[in-house]
Design a binder for this molecule. Structure first.
Ligand code: ADP
Ligand code: MG
Length: 700
C-alpha cells in the first residue's frame, strides 16, 4: 500500500495496531513522517569483518566471516530451533534460530564460508548470536547490500516486540519502499541550500537512514544539523524581535514613592557597584515599553536576591504584582522568609504558595491574589497552575533557571492580560556560550561580577578519613563560637538506598561526638515530606540547630549567613560545579568560612583533579571552565542530564561553528524581513511555527 507522510504507522506492512501503539508509547512516533525523523545514532561498516577473537562486547553488533562447521536441528513444535557453529580460525560462535530458518536449512552447506551479522551474546559457555543475518561469502563487495548498517536507539520493551535496532531498520526500510520520497517537503529556501551547499531534504533523510556512501552520510548529517540549529536560532531571534517591538510590554516608566522610599531608607546594606549597574539595566528594560526577558547571572553569594526584590518593588510601586518562582520548596520557603523580613518595614504583603499549602489556606490566598491584595507571590511550580490568577501580574522572577524550561516561562506569560509580564531569570551557574545561545538565545544577559564587600575568601581543605577527629574538634571550636555547620552527603538516584543508609550512619556517628542536648542536629533529605523538610530547614536557619546533615537538596540558594563550615562527605562523587555550588552555602557572613572535602582515601584521576581545583580557587567561571575540560566536550552542557534541550542530530560542542553560522543567518534574515513576509521566506515561516514533524531541537 502506498504510504503518505501522515499515514499512521499501523498501516505500514508488518506493524498493525498493537505494535503501532508500542511505537507511540515508547518512541512517541505515530506517523510515517515522524518515523523518518527517528535517526540512527551510529553506523556499522559492513565491509569490515571482526575476527571472532576480537568480538568481545556483549550486546554489540558484529560482522564476522568464517567456516560453517556444524548444523543441528533440535526439538519439535514450539521448542524447535536450529543451531550452527561458525569458526574463523581465531574463535568460534554459535548461531541460533528459533523460527523462520527453513530457507537456510535447505541450502546451508557445512564447510563453506559465510558472512554473519548480528548482536553478540557473551555467556560463560561461549559466544552466540541469535537470528543473525547470514549469507554465503561471494565476490566482494556484496551486491545490493548496504555497506553502512544504521544502528537505532531501542529499548527492552521495543526489542521484545521485534523492534531492536534491526527491527527498526526494517520498519524504516519498509517505509521508504512504499513512500514516494517526493512527498517529503523541503524546509529551507533554495537560497539557503545554495549558499551553504546543503543537500536537499529528501536525499538527506534517505541518506541518514541508508547512506549511499560515507560522503553522502556526512552531507546528510550536515544538512539536518544545520536545519535543526537554524530552526532553533530562528525561533530565538524571532522571539527577541517580537519582544522588542514597541508596546510589547507593560509600561513601568517611573517608580512610585514606595520604591524611592524602600531604596533610600530600607536596604540593610549598600549595594555593590555590580548590583547597582545590573539594577539600572533592569530598569531600562522596564522603562523601554517592550517586554523584559533577561537572564541574570551571578556567582553564588553575589547578591541576586536584593536586585530581584528591588525590581519587584519597582513594578509594585506602579500598581502591579510580582511573582518569584523557585525550583524547590525549601528554596521557596527561604525566599519567603528573607523577602518577608526585607519588606517588613514597608507596606507590602507577600505570600508563599507551594504544594503543601492546605486547601483552605490556599483558597484564601488565591482569593487575595485575584483581588490584588498580595503584592509578591513566592512559590514553586505550584504558581503555574491554572487556578493561580493574578489581578495585575507585572513581573515574574525565576530563580535558578537551569531547572525551568522555555515552556514554563511561556506558561507564566499567559497569566497577565493583555500584555505578558516582564521576566527575570536568575542563575548562579556559569553557562557556556553555545548553550546559553541555544537555551536562552532569546534573552538579554546581565552579570553580577562582584561579591559584596568584607567577604573573606572561603578556605577549602581536603581531608581523608584519617583526619575525621581533627575535623570534629574543629567543628566543636566553631560551634562554641556560635557558628553553624553543614554536612552534605551525596545522593545519587541509582544508589539512593545505600546513600540514605550512608547518611543515617553518618548521622549516628555524629550523635556520638555531638550528643544531645548540648548539640542539636537537623536532618534534611529527599525522602522527608516537604513540611518536615521545611521544619528542619527552619530549625537550622533560626540557629536552633548547630549542624545540618543533608543530601544535596541544599545545593542551590539556601542562605544562612551564620553557617561557616561546609563539610562535603564522599567529595569524590560530586561534580566540580556541584561542589562549587555547595561551597557557596558558606562564606555569606563576615566571619571566615571553611569548606572541607572529605574522601576515604587519596582519590586518583579526575576526582583528584576536581578536588585540587576546588582547593585552589573560589572563582566560579574558572571552575566552570575546568569543569568543561574535565567532563570533555561530549557532555559540554550537561543538558543531557537536565533534559532541557534535546537535539536530534546537532551537538553543541562539535557543531559550534555551525551554530554561530545559523545564528548569524537567522539574524540577517530577520533584520531584513522581521515578519518573514517575503515569498522567498515562506518556508521559514513554517519552520518557525514548528511543525511537529520537523526535526527541530525540542525544548522541554
Ligand atoms: P545569591 O546571588 O547567591 O542568590 P543572595 O542574594 O542570597 O546571593 O545574597 C547572599 C548574601 O549576601 C545574603 O546574605 C545577602 O543578604 C548578602 N548581600 C547581598 N548583597 C549585599 C551587599 N551589597 N552588601 C552586603 N551583603 C550583601
Ligand atoms: Mg539565590
Amino acid at each position: 500500500m502506498a504510504l503518505r507522510l501522515d499515514s499512521p504507522l499501523e498501516f505500514v506492512k508488518g506493524v498493525g495496531p498493537q505494535r503501532a501503539r508500542l511505537l507511540s508509547d515508547q518512541l512517541g512516533m505515530d506517523t510515517v513522517g515522524a518515523m523518518l525523523l527517528y535517526f540512527p545514532f551510529r553506523y556499522i561498516d559492513k565491509t569490515r569483518y571482526t575476527p571472532l577473537a576480537e568480538a568481545t562486547q556483549d550486546g554489540q553488533f558484529y560482522q564476522c566471516r568464517g567456516k560453517l562447521t556444524g548444523l543441528e536441528h533440535h526439538g519439535f513444535g514450539r521448542s524447535r530451533r536450529l543451531t550452527a557453529m561458525l569458526d574463523d580460525g581465531t574463535g568460534r560462535i554459535e548461531l541460533i534460530w528459533f523460527q523462520h530458518y527453513q530457507w537456510f536449512l535447505d541450502k546451508a552447506e557445512v564447510g563453506k564460508e559465510y558472512r554473519i551479522f548480528g548482536r553478540l551474546k557473551l555467556a560463560r559457555t561461549g559466544k552466540s548470536m541469535a537470528h543473525p543475518e547470514i549469507a554465503l561469502m561471494m565476490a566482494e563487495p556484496q551486491p545490493n547490500s548496504l555497506r553502512w548498517e544504521p544502528v537505532y536507539p531501542s529499548g527492552e520493551a521495543l526489542a521484545k516486540k521485534g523492534y531492536d535496532s534491526r527491527g527498526i531498520k526494517n520498519l524504516v526500510f519498509q517505509i521508504f519502499q512504499n513512500l514516494d520520497v517526493r512527498m517529503v517537503d523541503e524546509t529551507l529556501p533554495t537560497y539557503i541550500l545554495e549558499k551553504y551547499r546543503l543537500m536537499n531534504r529528501q536525499e538527506a533523510l534517505l541518506n541518514i537512514h541508508f547512506p549511499k556512501d560515507e560522503q553522502s552520510l556526512a552531507r546528510a548529517r550536515q544538512r539536518l544539523k544545520f536545519e535543526e540549529l537554524f530552526a532553533l536560532q530562528l525561533r530565538m531571534v524571532r522571539n527577541m524581535y517580537l519582544r522588542k517591538k514597541k508596546d510589547s510590554g507593560i509600561p513601568m516608566a517611573s517608580p512610585g514613592e514606595l520604591y524611592q522610599n524602600f531604596y533610600e531608607n530600607h536596604l540593610p546594606f549598600a549595594l555593590t557597584g555590580a548590583q547597582e549597574r545590573v539594577l539600572r539595566e533592569l530598569q531600562l528594560d522596564l522603562r523601554s515599553g517592550y517586554q523584559m526577558n533577561r537572564l541574570l547571572q551571578g556567582d553564588v553569594g553575589s547578591g541576586k536576591t536584593i536586585v530581584a526584590l528591588l525590581t519587584m518593588v519597582w513594578a509594585i510601586s506602579q500598581g502591579h504584582q510580582a511573582c518569584i518562582m523557585a525550583p524547590t520548596e525549601v528554596l521557596a520557603q527561604q525566599h519567603y522568609e528573607s523577602i518577608a523580613s526585607l519588606i517588613r518595614t514597608i507596606d507590602l504583603r507577600c505570600a508563599l504558595l507551594t504544594s503543601s499549602v492546605k486547601a483552605a489556606d490556599r483558597m484564601l490566598l488565591l482569593g487575595m491574589l485575584a483581588r490584588g491584595e498580595i503584592h509578591i507571590l513566592i512559590g514553586t511550580h505550584a504558581v503555574l497552575e491554572d487556578k493561580v490568577v493574578f489581578s495585575q501580574l507585572g513581573l515574574v522572577v525565576i530563580d535558578e533557571q537551569h531547572r525551568f524550561g522555555v515552556e514554563q516561562r511561556a506558561k507564566l506569560w499567559g497569566k497577565a492580560h493583555p500584555l505578558p509580564p516582564h521576566v527575570l531569570v536568575m542563575t548562579a551557574t556559569p553557562i557556556p556560550r553555545t548553550l546559553a545561545m541555544s537555551l536562552y538565545g532569546d534573552l538579554d544577559v546581565s552579570v553580577i561580577d562582584e561579591l559584596p564587600p568584607n567577604r573573606r575568601a572561603i578556605v577549602t581543605k581536603h581531608f581523608t578519613e584519617a583526619y575525621r577527629i581533627t575535623l570534629y574538634e574543629f567543628m566543636k571550636e566553631q560551634i562554641a563560637e556560635g557558628r553553624q555547620v553543614y554536612i552534605v552527603f551525596p545522593l545519587i538516584e541509582e544508589s539512593a538506598k545505600m546513600d540514605i543508609e550512608n547518611l543515617e550512619m553518618g548521622y549516628e556517628r555524629l550523635l556520638e561526638y555531638f550528643p544531645r542536648p548540648q548539640y542539636q542536629i537537623a536532618v534534611v533529605h529527599g525522602r522527608l515530606k516537604p513540611k518536615d523538610k521545611a521544619n528542619e530547614m527552619t530549625r537550622f536557619a533560626r540557629g536552633r540547630a548547630n549542624i545540618m546533615v543533608a543530601t544535596t537538596v541544599i545545593e542551590v540558594g539556601v542562605n544562612v549567613p551564620n553557617a561557616t563550615i561546609m563539610v562535603i562527605e564522599n567529595a569524590e562523587r560530586f561534580g566540580l560545579s556541584q561542589l562549587h555550588q555547595l561551597r557557596g552555602r558558606v562564606g555569606r557572613g563576615a566571619d571566615q568560612s571553611y569548606c572541607v572535602l572529605m574522601t576515604a582515601n587519596r582519590p586518583a584521576g579526575d576526582a583528584a583533579e576536581r578536588i585540587r581545583t576546588l582547593c585552589a580557587t573560589n572563582d566560579g567561571f574558572a571552575i566552570a571552565e575546568a569543569d568543561l575540560r574535565l567532563r570533555g566536550p561530549g557532555d559540554l552542557d550537561g543538558t543531557r542530564q537536565s533534559g532541557l534541550l534535546e537535539l536530534k542530530v546537532a551537538n553543541l560542542s562539535e557543531d559550534q561553528p555551525m551554530l554561530y553560522a545559523a545564528r548569524r543567518l537567522a539574524e540577517a534574515i530577520l533584520r531584513r524581513d522581521p515578519g518573514l513576509d517575503h515569498p522567498l521566506n515562506a518556508l521559514l515561516r513554517k519552520l518557525f511555527e514548528g511543525d511537529p514533524d520537523q526535526p527541530i531541537g525540542k525544548i522541554a
